[in-house]
Design a binder for this molecule. Structure first.
Ligand SMILES: *Cc1c(COP(=O)(O)O)cnc(C)c1O
Length: 227
């Protein structure tokens, strides 16, 4: 199967209101171009340096999403162009994103990452931490970031019931945050192995890598190495 065929097949299997992020980490720009030529415009990357290089080399109408674990000191490298940062899980990181966005005279869209998996290796806030963050004065004063929604990753398991339970948990937190004057638009959940289930559970954005581009080198851990 070619990248183009994989992409078209996945696109035809997801509803129109669900956004597809093509996760291209570790893949060469030629692979991204193949997806681009097949119509894909949204790409997700996990590593800052790789994202910066690909942004320089590829067409300017690509929307770049950062989906990895972002370190505060690296925010400035992606702040000029990033479209959406998925994995924000601290107020400190949000403050830095706000600061760099201001320097670039723009606003940066973010998703807050919620910890829904059993493994404690995965990043993210719990519901109490989420509410504390949203209620804090510091947060309310950040004018150059916009929280568009939530992101989460389910446990890496074959157990569909467990994955479903975790996705529904995230969806319930997402629903609770909806108020008449602040509508969140984006619930980023679902990867190659579980995106259909994620969509059934209310996902509006799926992040799919290996089902489009093929498997990555086993040296690259799932979820990405820390930088
Ligand atoms: C790598 C990665 C993906 C894509 O994973 P696949 O299983 O290859 O689809 C999605 N989300 C995050 C956060 C990732 O790190």
């Amino acid at each position: 199967m070619s990248i183009k065929n994989n992409l078209l097949e996945i696109k035809s299997s997801i509803p129109e209101n669900v956004t597809l992020v093509a996760v291209s980490k570790t893949k060469p720009v030629s692979d991204l171009m193949e997806a681009y030529e097949a119509g894909q415009r949204i790409f997700g990357e996990n590593y800052v340096q790789e994202l910066v290089e690909k942004h320089e080399q590829l067409p300017q109408d690509i929307e770049w999403h950062f989906i990895g674990h972002l370190q505060s000191r690296k925010v400035k490298q992606i702040a000029p162009f990033v479209s959406l940062i998925h994995g924000v899980d601290s107020l400190k990181l949000l403050e830095e994103i706000n600061k760099q966005a201001l320097k670039n005279n723009r606003s940066i869209d973010c998703l807050l990452q919620i910890h829904i998996a059993e493994e404690d290796t995965k990043f993210g806030l719990d519901e109490v931490e989420l509410n504390d963050l949203l209620d804090s004065e510091t947060f309310k004063n950040l004018k150059n970031i916009k929280i568009k929604g939530l992101m989460g990753m389910a446990t890496f398991t074959e157990n569909q019931d467990q994955i479903k339970k975790e996705f529904l948990h995230l969806k319930s937190i997402f629903d609770k945050l909806q108020t008449p004057n602040s509508k969140l638009t984006t619930l980023s959940m679902g990867m190659s192995g579980d995106y259909k289930l994620a969509i059934e559970c209310g996902s509006t954005m799926v992040r799919i890598g290996s089902s489009i581009f093929g498997t990555r080198s086993p040296l690259t851990p799932k979820g990405g190495i820390q930088q």
